[in-house]
Ligand binder design. Structure first.
Ligand SMILES: Cc1cc2nc3c(=O)[nH]c(=O)nc-3n(C[C@H](O)[C@H](O)[C@H](O)COP(=O)(O)O)c2cc1C
Length: 481
C-alpha cells in the first residue's frame, strides 16, 4: 500500500475505464430517460458496493449519448477518485485523505487553447439544451435535471475569485435552465453581488467533470480557495481550463458538456419540486433565477453524470460522509480542539444532520468545545441538526455504538445544549413552509462527565484479551467454523 497520491485518470473517460477494469461498471441499453434511469439509480443507489451504471442507446437519442450513475457507491471507487490506495479500509483512507488535504498547496488552473469540450460549439439558434437525454430522476420531480453531479462556475465580481459549486440545474426549454442555490452558498453570494448592482451574473455549468473536480465542487472546501486550485493541489497537477467564449469564465477543458450564459436580475421561473438529500421534496417549487444559455460546448458522444439524491442512506450520502467527515475533522482541529480521535457525518442524516465526534478527554469543557465547533465550523454549519460527542472508546462510524453512548453516558438535562437561529434554508424538512431559514441544533455530550469519570461504571464488555480468547475458543458457535 503506497501513501503517495496515485491518480490513474485524467478525465471522466479514463476514470470510467479504470472502474471497468476494477469490475465495478455495468452497462445497460434501452433505459428510458423518462423513468428507467431514475429507477436504476434508486435500485443501485441504496445498495452499498453496487456498480456504477452507464446507460447507452437511450430511446429517442443517438447511441453514444450516455448517462452515468452511481459513480461513488464503493470505497474502492472513492479511493480511485481521490488517488488513495483502493485496498485501504475506510479509516486508513480517511487518515491518508486528511493528510493530503492538509499538505496540498492550492494550484491555479492553467488556461489552454484546445480541449475535448470544444469538439462541438453551439451558439445562437443552434443552442438546444433538450438535445441531451436528461433523465427525470424522481416520480414527483417538476422537470428534467441535467445538473446533479455538475458544477456551476461563477466569479466574485469584487475579488475575481472563481467558485465551483454543485447546485442543481433544471431544464426549462431549449435555451433556459433554472438553478437552485441555497442561501449562504458561495455561488449564491456571487450571484447576489451582481444582482445588487443590477447586472447579469455570468455563469457556466459543467456536466461530466473530472470526478475529483466534482467531489471538490460539492464539498465545503476552505473559504476563498477556488475548487479548481484545491483539486489541482490535491492532484499535484493543475486543472486545464479553456476560456468561455461568451463570459470569459474558465471552463474545464475536458468536461463532457458545458452551458454558458447569464442569469438576469429580474428573470425567474418556477423551479422544483425535486427529491432532495433529506429524503423529501421539502423546498417544493418556487421562483428561482434562470440562466439564459448563450453557448453549449460538448464532447462527441457526451456523457451526462447524474448523482440525484435519494432518501438517505444512499450513494450521495455515502461519498459525502467521507468527504465531509475529513473536512469537519480538519476544521475542529484548526479551531484548536485537541485530541479528536474520530469524526463521522452519518449517512442516515444525509451526511449533515447527525454528526458524531470522538475525543480523548483532557480537561473540563473539552467535550463542549468540540461539539460547538463541530456544529458551527465551515464544513459543518449548514443545515445540521444533531452533534454527538463521545469518548474515544466509541467507534463513531458505528451508529449503534454512538446511540449506546448517548443512552448510557448522557443525561438530557445535563448533557444537551441548544443553538437557536442557526443556518438552514428551504430544504429543511422539519421547518414549516413559510418559516424556513433558521433551524435549531441539539448538541449532545455523551462523554463520561469529566469530574467523576473515575467513578463512572466500568463497561461490562470483555477486555480485548478476553474477547479474543473467547472468539478463538468459542467463535465457532456463531460463525460455523
Ligand atoms: C449531488 C449534489 C447536489 C447538490 N445540489 C445542491 C443544490 O441544488 N443547491 C445547493 O445549494 N447545494 C447543493 N449541493 C451542496 C453543495 O454543492 C455544497 O454545499 C457545496 O459545498 C457548495 O459549494 P460552495 O461551498 O462553494 O458554495 C449539492 C451537493 C451534491 C453532492
Amino acid at each position: 500500500m503506497t501513501d503517495k497520491p496515485n491518480f490513474r485518470y485524467n478525465d471522466l473517460r479514463d476514470w470510467i475505464e479504470q472502474v471497468d477494469q476494477m469490475g465495478e461498471l455495468k452497462r445497460v441499453k434501452n433505459a428510458t430517460w423518462q423513468e428507467d434511469i431514475g429507477m436504476i439509480t434508486e435500485i443501485v443507489g441504496h445498495t452499498r458496493g453496487s456498480p456504477a451504471v452507464l446507460a447507452d442507446e437511450i430511446p429517442g437519442h443517438p447511441a453514444g449519448q450516455r448517462v452515468l450513475v452511481n459513480s461513488f457507491y464503493s470505497q474502492r471507487r472513492i479511493a480511485l477518485t481521490l488517488g488513495l490506495p483502493t485496498d485501504a479500509d475506510v479509516w486508513t483512507a480517511l487518515k491518508l485523505w486528511r493528510e493530503r488535504i492538509r499538505d496540498a498547496k492550492p494550484m491555479e488552473p492553467v488556461p489552454v487553447e484546445e480541449g475535448a469540450v470544444l469538439e462541438n460549439v453551439l451558439m445562437g439558434d443552434d443552442v438546444d439544451v433538450t438535445k441531451f437525454p436528461t433523465p427525470v430522476w424522481h416520480e414527483q420531480d417538476g422537470g428534467r435535471y441535467l445538473g446533479t453531479a455538475s458544477a456551476d462556475i461563477t466569479r466574485d465580481p469584487e475579488s475575481g475569485w472563481v467558485n465551483l459549486g454543485t447546485y442543481r440545474v433544471m431544464v426549462h426549454d431549449k435555451n433556459r435552465v433554472g438553478f437552485y442555490i441555497s442561501p449562504g452558498k458561495h455561488g449564491r453570494i456571487h450571484r447576489e453581488k451582481y444582482f445588487a448592482k443590477g447586472e447579469p451574473c455570468p455563469l457556466a455549468i459543467a456536466i461530466g467533470l473530472n470526478p475529483l473536480l466534482f467531489l471538490s465542487a460539492c464539498t465545503e472546501v476552505p473559504q476563498n480557495v477556488s475548487e479548481y486550485a484545491w483539486a489541482g493541489g490535491i492532484r499535484g497537477e493543475p486543472m486545464r481550463v479553456v476560456e468561455g467564449r461568451v463570459t470569459g469564465l474558465p471552463i474545464p477543458a475536458d468536461a463532457e458538456i458545458v452551458l454558458e450564459g447569464y442569469a438576469y436580475p429580474n428573470e425567474k421561473l418556477i423551479e422544483g419540486p425535486f427529491g432532495e438529500w433529506t429524503g423529501y421534496y421539502a423546498s417544493a417549487s418556487r421562483e428561482e433565477p434562470v440562466m439564459q444559455v448563450k453557448a453549449i460546448y460538448h464532447r462527441n458522444n457526451p456523457i451526462i453524470v447524474g448523482s440525484p439524491p435519494n432518501r438517505p442512506p444512499d450513494e450521495q450520502s455515502y461519498y459525502r460522509a467521507f468527504m465531509r467527515s475529513a473536512l469537519v475533522w480538519e476544521d475542529i482541529e484548526k479551531a484548536g480542539v485537541p485530541d479528536v480521535t474520530g469524526v463521522w457525518c452519518h449517512e442516515a442524516g444525509g451526511s449533515r444532520l447527525f454528526v458524531a465526534v470522538s475525543i480523548k478527554q483532557r480537561y473540563f469543557g473539552h467535550s463542549r468545545q468540540a461539539m460547538h465547533v463541530a456544529a458551527m465550523c465551515h464544513a459543518g454549519a449548514y443545515l445540521g441538526r444533531y452533534v454527538v460527542v463521545v469518548d474515544d472508546d466509541i467507534d463513531v462510524t458505528d451508529l449503534e455504538q454512538v446511540v449506546w453512548a448517548m443512552c448510557t453516558r448522557s443525561d438530557p438535562e445535563r448533557s444537551i445544549d441548544f443553538i437557536k437561529r442557526a443556518w438552514s434554508g428551504p430544504l429543511d424538512s422539519a421547518i414549516k413552509p413559510g418559516e424556513k431559514g433558521y433551524n435549531s441544533r441539539a448538541l449532545i455530550d455523551a462523554t463520561r462527565p469529566w469530574e467523576w469519570r473515575e467513578q463512572f461504571p466500568a463497561v461490562s464488555a470483555p477486555s480485548p484479551e478476553v474477547a479474543k480468547k473467547a472468539r478463538d475458543k468459542w467463535g465457532w458457535l456463531t460463525n460455523g467454523t
